[in-house]
Design a binder for this molecule. Structure first.
Ligand code: NAD
Ligand code: DAU
Length: 332
């Protein structure tokens, strides 16, 4: 893969992925990103200009996508509206970007016979009971709960249909919850860390018993690169690092690591339709492609992430007040 087009490469995981690719390969990378509120220009600016080009544009516009796809060997498709709470407030950008945008990418890779990797989420499978011994596998039926996860499920189905009907050379990955540097302060872990840095209390939705399966964004990146390089066309791979923790446990850990009493948080209004538990069985990826995570110690990864937010206040500060005002209006 000499010439790689990365959609959403200025976002949280996309920018981590581009840093990973620049470090691990000699590929030339073009980032196509609409530079929405979730984009990190600084993360792309920190990359070598002779390896990475940033094109500002919308994946749902064929006139933007077509000429870019035509001059690349592969597309890694991260671009999406990604926040569940926003999708409950206004689903329309989720439908446009996640569905029309993915359709536009698929038509371009079909026309030019370009390899595609589609990045998706474990949320397409719905949720599990807290005491269910099962975890999600590649064979779990789709059952999405929110407008966000339904739009991602729809995008996965489009990719599968384009593989079967048109022979598009695509793979799909469904990953669990990511944490690490450059994640927007609207998301759970950065929100709680920055609340503590602001001298306020973390905010737990509902009871806090909901479980998420945490993976460091760097490990998600290495998995996506492994699938791009060695994955079988037409296949889906689940990405996870055995990191199940309840939200309550995570909040307590953040408070302890930041030198505050573990119970110094508050309960706020729950998310509508809040998924109870996600859990990934990633055996296929590990066995068939030889992938394993580097950040197996969640507490150490979280401590690094806290330090990153402590030393990057200039980056998160401009988004913080507006994000909190939106949450406060909903009692969250
Ligand atoms: P993010 O919101 O941080 O970044 C999304 C990026 O896409 C932003 O840079 C944004 O500007 C860009 N974008 C949005 N609409 C666009 C459009 N129409 N055209 C071009 N660019 C556009 O998201 P993230 O958390 O980095 O997630 C990236 C991908 O990974 C998404 O597809 C998401 O569904 C998937 N994913 C995320 C997680 C997670 O925990 N964050 C887990 C599994 C899968
Ligand atoms: O599972 C993968 C998904 O993980 C990705 O597809 C999404 O793009 C990503 O945003 C994430 O979705 P979640 O909804 O799980 O992540 P979020 O960070 O919004 O919330 C994580 C959990 O924390 C969830 O149970 C809701 C809860 N929460 C969230 C916030 C913002 C709180 O308790 N308090 C909060 O302030």
């Amino acid at each position: 893969m000499k010439r790689l087009l990365v959609t959403g490469g200025a976002g949280f995981i996309g920018s981590n992925f581009v840093h990973h690719v620049v470090g691990e390969t000699d590929a030339q990378v073009t980032v196509l990103d609409k530079m929405t509120y979730a984009a990190n220009r600084e993360a792309v600016d920190a990359l070598p200009a002779d390896r990475v080009e940033l094109v500002e544009g919308d994946i749902a516009e064929e006139s933007v996508v077509e000429p870019l796809v035509a001059r690349h060997d592969a597309v890694v498709h991260f671009a999406a509206e990604s926040h569940n709470d926003n999708s409950l407030d206004d689903p329309s950008p989720f439908i446009r970007t996640n569905l029309i945008g993915t359709f536009t990418i698929l038509e371009a890779v079909r026309r030019h016979d370009v390899r595609l990797h589609h990045v998706s989420t474990d949320e397409v499978y719905g949720d599990l009971a807290l005491d269910d011994p099962k975890r999600f596998t590649e064979d779990t039926p789709y059952n999405p709960s929110s407008p966000y996860s339904a739009s991602k499920a729809g995008s996965d189905h489009l990719v599968r249909a384009w593989v079967r009907s048109f022979g598009v050379r695509a793979t799909i990955s469904n990953c669990s919850n990511n944490y690490g540097p450059w994640q927007h302060v609207e998301k759970f872990i950065p929100r709680q860390i920055t609340e503590v840095l602001e001298g306020r209390r973390p905010k737990l939705y509902g009871s806090g018993e909901n479980v998420r399966d945490w993976i460091h964004a760097e490990d998600h990146s290495s998995a996506v690169l492994a699938i791009l390089e060695r994955g079988a066309v037409g296949e889906t791979y689940l990405i996870g690092a055995d990191g199940e923790r309840s939200n309550l446990e995570v909040v307590r850990l953040i408070l302890t690591l930041m030198g505050r009493p573990a119970d110094d948080f508050e309960h706020v209004n729950d998310r509508v339709g809040h998924d109870l538990r996600y859990a990934i069985e990633s055996g296929k990826l590990r066995t068939e492609l030889g992938w394993s995570p580097r950040f197996e110690d969640f507490e150490a990864g979280l401590a690094d992430t806290i330090e990153w937010y402590r030393s990057h206040e200039d980056w998160w500060r401009p988004a913080k007040d507006a994000t909190e005002a939106t949450y406060a209006a909903k009692g969250q």
